[in-house]
Design a protein around this ligand. Structure first.
Ligand SMILES: CN1c2c(nc(N)[nH]c2=O)NC[C@@H]1CNc1ccc(C(=O)N[C@@H](CCC(=O)N[C@@H](CCC(=O)N[C@@H](CCC(=O)O)C(=O)O)C(=O)O)C(=O)O)cc1
Ligand SMILES: N[C@@H](CCS)C(=O)O
Ligand SMILES: [Zn+2]
Length: 764
């Protein structure tokens, strides 16, 4: 029996990766310095995995931005607008695809399955693939030569890659498979020549709901790859859910299959394995340690699971591994000494997970007695955690006592709208932003000084007030219609609320990559969530005191707080969502009582939480919508509830979006080049809506014409009376100059649109 890792966090124990990239982008280090810094992190990652005694160590999972972008670039899939010479994809071009440059908009970015990791969407239209550089050979060679580690290269599977790409029709899919097969074959052959014995090919698409054709294509791909590259053994890796077609998947003509035994719909992979057996000529990669959660396992319980797997698969064909790449968890819990020891003891980040794997393999090889001490400790850890959780006031039980009126606004939308229009007298096509303004180094450093005790709370508060004041002035000068206070006091839109609500803990260094160099520090929900004190009223009321324009209160919704936190595993997610909803509702009510008449409750993660299997969608969407409504329904008709969503494909959940019953919604649209707009073609969406008119994740300032184009496209399917003009998302990642320049252009595009659509609106 061996242990394996499927991928390791790139960011470094202290986010060295992020810091190096950002220094390079800011011109602070040269390209060769960047290469040297990232090389050190990359090799360091391999060494750590080796030091935990992991037998099979992944190579090629490291990246300079995103592994899907790497795959596209490896196959020369560079969209024409970047003017590629067709020879070598250099670093500026690579980063331009991710972040945009002066001449070309960035590629789209979207959620990686149901995680908060975002990948760059490959664009295939009009392109012919070719192998540029075999980056897996480079990675394998480096590990081998520098550290003597004969790693297992990781590659995203051809079918998953194509399914996540855009720019081709369903009829063109077989042609794309044919075009990529020889290239995948060449990559694998070259790896074999370099000495790699195995390759891990990730096909998480196998864990989603598949159509009949999908399996036919997948079987053809792997039959063909086996023929093209007979010298290397292939492990097809699935994760994030059970595979629906177990018998077909394990029959694929490959040498190993990786299955997730943690996130498998309540044991479906295990049931299938026990019912159908496992082919005797294949290796099973058994994902038995949670690669997405952060709780230490009960080693006894995992050992029992391993025992059941060993009944079906012999030890020499069994590899014990995390359920998925450890990319989704922080690096090490070692830094978390400030936490309550009971909580600290129950945490397993990437390194602790590797330790758990090594222990399980040791137990299997030498008998469970060889890990008795660790088994006892693991049980004790979980008991201690239960002790500090306190008595569970179950959210669902609490919710069942709430009447239906708690989940619905007192009046229908049309009635509310009339009262809100009366109150606000907004112009046609009102302009607003999504909430955050630049979190400059000064803002972050002020917070850092306050946290370290160098600044008093009073000084920090004054600093935040000065930022708010300055941005109220900027919004006034720009001529926006609905203002925001700017969220300067927040580290992150989820972590901030986690720090203020009961039931949450937050870490010192629990960072996880979200997209590119941007990281998040998800708070940990370990106990019952409850409101303790007002969280946002002071800053919002202060901002409102400086202007006659409405200032939107700005909160994060229950589903987003849930999805972007690490969540306790002893209560259902639904119950935890209701607990959060009731806490957020208290803040909504406090804002309203303080005179704030527009309140935005952001739910950008609602789509991301959607189960991978379609049959599980209705149940999730039902409780997600109920949680949002529970948080927002007790306000008066004249109080306008806004919500916001970004970086997901929303077309499929329009009905649920409608059911949220928010008065106004803003949705990211421009980074996906306006694709969402077609979802409104049926013209059934009747509430206020702002489809983002520019991409905020790119440092590039969009032109007035580009934004006018977005407005025109949207107004082909939406009425001007319901349309709002706003950027795609919050502006915290942008510099002040970029933000002001882009908003100035947005206002200019609005002025032009009002002139163009105003007359038509009057006529209607
Ligand atoms: C809107 N999005 C969000 C997602 N998920 C979230 N949890 N939050 C989001 O806003 N998912 C979808 C999208 C896109 N994703 C992201 C994710 C992350 C960012 C982002 O800007 N991240 C920041 C980190 C923010 C933060 O918490 N900062 C802290 C700590 C700052 C820090 O590094 N301090 C230094 C010292 C500073 C000094 O001056 O000395 C240190 O600790 O070493 C803070 O503000 O206090 C990032 O930079 O990665 C955006 C979108
Ligand atoms: N209000 C948040 C939403 C981000 S999804 C912001 O503006 O940053
Ligand atoms: Zn957003």
């Amino acid at each position: 029996m061996l242990s394996a890792s499927l991928g390791y966090p790139r960011i470094g124990a202290n986010r060295e990766w992020k810091k190096a990239l950002e220094k390079y982008w800011a011109g602070g280090i040269t390209e060769s310095e960047l290469h040297a810094e990232l090389r050190e992190i990359r090799l360091g990652n391999l060494k750590v995995q080796q030091s935990y005694g992991i037998d099979v160590i992944p190579v090629g999972d490291f990246t300079y931005y995103d592994h899907i972008l790497d795959t596209a670039v490896m196959f020369g899939l560079v969209p024409q607008r970047f003017g590629w010479d067709g020879v070598n994809v250099d670093l500026p071009l690579y980063f331009a695809m991710a972040r945009g440059n002066k001449g070309a908009a960035a590629c789209e970015m979207t959620k990686w399955f149901n995680t908060n990791y975002h990948y760059i969407v490959p664009e295939l239209k009009g392109l012919t693939p070719k192998l540029t550089r075999n980056r897996l050979v480079d990675a394998y060679r480096e590990g081998n030569q520098e550290l003597g580690i004969k790693g297992r290269p990781v590659l995203v599977g051809l079918y998953t890659f194509l399914k996540l790409s855009k720019g081709y029709t369903p009829e063109e899919l077989p042609g794309w498979i044919d075009a990529l097969l020889p290239l995948y074959g060449q990559v694998l052959r070259e790896l074999a020549e370099e000495g790699a014995a195995w390759v891990q090919i990730d096909e998480p698409i196998l864990s989603t709901t598949l159509e009949a054709d999908d399996l036919v294509h997948i079987a053809r791909i792997y039959a063909e790859l086996g023929r093209l590259a007979p010298g290397i053994r292939i492990l097809v890796q699935t994760y994030f859910e059970a595979v629906d077609h177990y018998a077909e998947v394990v029959k694929l003509p490959v040498d190993g299959i990786g299955l997730d035994f943690v996130h498998d719909g309540g044991g479906r992979n295990l049931q299938a394995l026990e019912a159908h057996g496992f082919p005797a000529d294949k290796v099973l990669g058994a994902g038995i340690i949670d690669g997405r959660g952060i709780w230490r396992v009960d080693l006894h319980e995992r050992f029992d699971l391993l025992g059941r797997l060993r009944q079906v698969v012999s030890d020499e064909r069994l590899i014990v591994q995390p359920s998925n790449s450890l990319l989704h968890v922080p690096v090490s819990a070692e830094r978390e000494a400030a936490l309550d020891p009971a909580l600290r003891g129950a945490l397993a980040f990437a390194n602790e997970k590797l330790e758990e794997l090594a222990l399980l393999v040791r137990g299997a090889k030498h008998g469970i007695e060889s890990i008795t001490e660790e088994c006892v400790a693991s049980v004790w850890n979980r008991e201690e955690l239960g002790r500090i959780r306190g008595g569970a006031a179950s959210g669902a039980a609490g919710v069942s006592a709430l009447g239906p009126e708690q989940f619905a606004r007192p009046s229908a939308f049309a009635e509310r709208l009339a009262k809100q229009q009366q109150r606000w007298q907004l112009p046609l096509l009102p302009t607003t932003t999504i909430g955050s303004f630049p979190q400059t180094p000064e803002v972050r450093s002020a917070r850092f000084k306050w946290r370290k005790g160098e600044w008093s709370a009073e000084r920090y508060e004054q600093f935040i007030q000065a930022e708010i004041q300055s941005w109220i002035e900027i919004q006034t000068k720009l001529g926006l219609d609905v203002f925001v206070h700017g969220e300067f006091e927040r580290t992150d839109m989820v972590e901030f609320f986690g720090e203020k609500l009961a039931g949450f803990a937050f870490t010192a260094g629990g960072w996880v990559q979200s997209y590119g160099s941007r990281c998040v520090k998800p708070p940990i929900i370990y106990g019952d969530v409850a409101f303790t004190a007002q969280m946002t009223v002071q800053e919002t009321v202060y901002a409102q005191s400086l202007t006659g324009k409405p200032v939107k209160g700005m909160l994060t919704g229950p589903i987003t707080i849930l999805n972007w936190s690490f969540v306790r595993d002893d209560l259902s997610r639904e119950e935890v969502a209701y607990q959060i909803a009731l806490a957020i509702r208290k803040e909504v009510e406090a804002l309203e009582a303080a005179g704030i008449g527009m309140i935005q409750v952001d739910e950008p993660a609602i789509r991301e939480g959607l189960p991978l299997k379609r049959e599980n969608w209705p149940v999730y969407l039902n409780w997600a919508v109920r949680a949002f409504r529970l948080a927002t329904s007790t306000v008066q008709d004249v109080t306008q509830i806004h919500t916001h969503m970004c970086y997901s494909e929303f077309g499929e959940i329009m009905e649920a979006i409608h059911a949220l019953d928010a008065d106004v919604i803003s949705i990211e649209t421009s980074r996906s080049h306006g694709e969402l707009i077609s979802s409104f073609e049926e013209r059934t969406y009747d509430k206020g809506i702002g489809l983002g008119v520019y991409d905020i994740h790119s440092p590039r300032v969009p032109t007035v014409d580009e934004m006018s184009g977005m407005i025109d496209r949207a107004l082909r399917v939406l009425a001007p009376e319901q349309f709002w003009i706003n950027p795609d998302c919050g502006l915290k990642t942008r510099k002040a100059e970029e933000t002001i320049a882009a908003l100035r252009n947005m206002i200019e595009a609005t002025v032009q649109a009002r002139a163009k659509y105003g007359a038509a609106a009057v006529k209607q």
